[in-house]
Design a protein around this ligand. Sequence first.
Ligand code: KG4
Ligand code: ZN
Length: 339
Amino acid sequence: MSVTILGIESSCDDTSAAVIRDGVMYSNLTANQNVHIAYGGVVPELASRAHQANIVPVIDQALKEAGIEVSEIDAIAFTRGPGLLGSLLVGTSFAKGLAIARNIPIIEVNHLQAHVLALFIREKKSERQIPEFPFLCLLVSGGHTQILVVKDFLEMEIIGKTTDDAAGEAFDKCAKVLGLPYPGGPVIDKLAATGQHDAFQFTKPIVPELDFSFSGLKTNFLYFLREEMKKDSEFVKLRMNDLAASLQHTIISILIEKLIKASELTGIKNIALAGGVSANSGLRSTLRDTAKVRDWNIFIPAIGYTTDNAAMIAITGFFKYIRNDFSSLDVLPSARYGI
Ligand code: KG4
Ligand code: ZN
């Protein structure tokens, strides 16, 4: 018997819909919200309004691209949290409405678990190696930075997390200081490709165990720029690529050092990346290099499944569906929904 899941993601500023049948991606569509660019970050009220405008056309298009009728959907998976409450409400309410109309179940999905399970999405044409349990996952996004022990599809334990900003936030906030557009992570990544990663040295925090901290780096970066700009007002313009490369290098080494520590402490050598920052080319290549030295088996998501997308919600829904793990219609979105 085949299982078809419609996935809906609306936790932040991307409205996304996807269709997954038996673990294989049939469509995965995202409407990005350009409305936030002018503000240099996500404005929650505007995000909810844009979700409201985008959700019907995005779902409609996802079904069309999949070549699947709404009557063929077995269940609707939606992001329950964590995220912006107003944004989550749009996806949750739509899922409930469609489920009632079609008389099919809904499945609540934890956005963070979904980022990890994106590693298991299969595609019609390409084969990708899927992780073996247990594995360690470095989950790095705009809102979260965590190291997880993934014991099974729906069994994950957080063994390290940020005590302040997330890694993606560090990219975005430092990019803003450089006058770059939001989100800054991809822009820094591009600029860093032609910069010297050892041109400047920035603060690496001393944080116990497997936890992270990025707020000190952000402050250090800002003060450093202020001092240099006093000496030469063209400094940022002239050294943009070196600044981007050095900043990126610092963030990556903070992340990789903790991942090495986590592997040594747990003895786990299956290592995966997930979340928006896992799109970073420097992080991906540093993980590959580290894996060679440390004899790790690594699992890196396809670029299309790194940042927020509904295919990851649908695949999580699929794993829950085959375990009969459904939600009741009175489920409410949860801004701080934990793993
Ligand atoms: O997972 P995601 O789409 O949303 C959250 O759940 O937060 O992650 C978005 C974050 C942003 O901070 C963005 O700057 C960062 O991922 N990001 C990157 C890259 N692509 C996206 N950071 C560094 N390099 C990239 N190539
Ligand atoms: Zn995310």
